[in-house]
Design a protein. Structure first.
Length: 146
């Protein structure tokens, strides 16, 4: 079976979706209300902002499913916690991928329209972060090009 793609080329691998929230107000009550549905990666202050960076507690196979789960959690907030969400200065769903960059092949990422509508309805942004695949073997140090 022949393919138009190089057999050694690697597609981007979906990692997860982070939800990044930044506010002028403390976000502890929002964090508490989201509870066991999320894993908090960071909660605290950065510069003059209160920050809450989280992801779903359960890993999902694709970004659409993960984003829908995060949206469900936000949509189910109490009025007080929802006010904190609405007043945040940054609400961003950040889709993470890992890939080996290639000059010969492009990586394409898609998000379904229903997912985009749901994110927009929450007045949130959407970003994609692409992490470079670590192609070193364990125990081997990276060498710099001369």
């Amino acid at each position: 079976m022949k393919s138009g793609r190089n057999a050694n080329a690697r597609n981007a691998r979906y990692l997860n979706v982070d939800l990044d929230i930044e506010s002028k107000s403390p976000l502890k009550s929002l964090e508490k209300e989201l509870g066991d549905g999320v894993v908090v990666m960071y909660s605290g202050r950065i510069k003059n902002r209160h920050c809450l960076f989280l992801e779903t507690a359960k890993h999902h196979k694709n970004p659409d499913t993960t984003i829908h789960e995060l949206c469900r959690l936000i949509e189910g907030l109490s009025p007080g916690a929802r006010r904190l969400w609405d007043e945040a200065v940054r609400r961003e769903f950040d889709i993470g991928y890992e890939t080996r960059f290639s000059l010969r092949h492009a990586n394409r990422f898609t998000v379904r329209p229903s997912t985009l509508r749901r994110v927009a309805k929450l007045s949130a942004g959407l970003s994609v972060t692409v992490y470079r695949e670590d192609d070193t073997e364990p125990g081997k140090a990276l060498t710099r090009a001369r």
